[in-house]
Design a protein around this ligand. Structure first.
Ligand SMILES: C[S@@+](CC[C@H](N)C(=O)[O-])C[C@H]1O[C@@H](n2cnc3c(N)ncnc32)[C@H](O)[C@@H]1O
Length: 267
């Protein structure tokens, strides 16, 4: 249904988000290094999930800094609150709210950050417009999200492209945009941000790589949901799994990740 977060919240997704957090940790740490995020910074992590970015970010901005993790799914918000309590972290708090209705406190943050959230949202520009007053003058807005092109398995099989295409249709069906990262720079400028920079990430991995595993957790893990959504048939799902098992055994098989852009602008 349009406007609903397409992947939902489940124990399976918690596992997937945890693994995903490890796979992409260095990309996001490098982004924070480039921006210069450090002690004393006040940050908002939009669509924080179970906090795989918020938790290390809270360490990075300590001492003196704070992170607010905005997350609408009660299961994820609670999972993160448990971790905060278990690790006795005093500079990370959870705001359990939908970003589409969230009103940021004025000029509160040095950094508003978001990873893999805007591709799921319908009104990206309107949402960012409401968030921006929360940024201090000179503060950074940084979004890491998909320009979901290039994604492929090789040696290629028709079932691979069909399932990847179905996943993209799923974004559109729920009101998202799997190429949102390409639209962000112009949106950032329209909203008055300055010095907008785009850094693309394209990675490739073989069947033993964490990138291949990551792809399986997404594509195989979400085949049942894509069948339920009538985006693929039961037959295509079975074909995809069989083809993938066969192709995995071929020396030189690779998975090309969908392109991700870091888009950064300053207020
Ligand atoms: C793919 S996960 C990414 C989580 C986290 N940013 C990360 O990198 O691990 C997308 C997250 O955005 C959250 N989300 C989606 N739509 C949202 C909304 N409208 N308001 C707040 N959170 C939202 C989901 O519940 C989910 O936790």
């Amino acid at each position: 249904m349009k406007g609903q977060y397409m992947l939902g919240a489940s124990p399976y997704e918690i596992e997937r988000l945890t693994f995903q957090g490890e796979v992409w940790r260095s990309m996001t740490e490098a982004l924070f290094d480039r921006i210069g995020v450090g002690p004393g910074w006040r940050c908002l992590d939009v669509g924080a999930g179970i906090g795989v970015v918020s938790l290390p970010l809270a360490g990075r901005v300590s001492p003196g800094g704070e992170v607010a993790a905005l997350e609408m799914a009660p299961l994820y918000a609670e999972t993160l609150r448990e971790q905060i309590a278990r690790k006795d972290i005093d500079n990370l708090r959870v705001i359990e709210e939908d970003v589409r209705s969230f009103r940021a406190p004025k000029a509160a943050y040095d950094l508003i950050y978001s990873r893999w959230v805007f591709s799921f949202l319908r009104d990206v520009e309107g949402t960012l417009k409401r968030l921006l007053p929360g940024l201090k003058k000179g503060g950074f807005l940084a979004v890491e999200d998909y320009h979901h092109l290039g994604c492929a398995y090789y040696p290629n099989r028709p079932s691979f492209d069909a399932v990847i295409e179905a996943a993209r249709k799923w974004y559109l069906k729920t009101g998202g945009n799997y190429r949102v990262a390409g639209e962000l720079p112009a949106i950032f400028y329209r909203l008055g941000l300055k010095r907008v920079e785009v850094t693309p990430h394209i990675r490739v991995g073989g069947p033993e790589s964490d990138l291949w595993r990551w792809s399986e957790l997404f594509f195989i893990g979400h085949l049942p949901a894509m069948i339920r959504e009538k985006l693929i048939s039961v037959g295509l799902a079975a074909r995809f799994k069989k083809d993938l098992e066969e192709v995995k055994k071929i020396p030189g098989a690779i998975f090309v990740v969908p392109t991700i852009f870091d888009v950064v602008g300053r207020r």
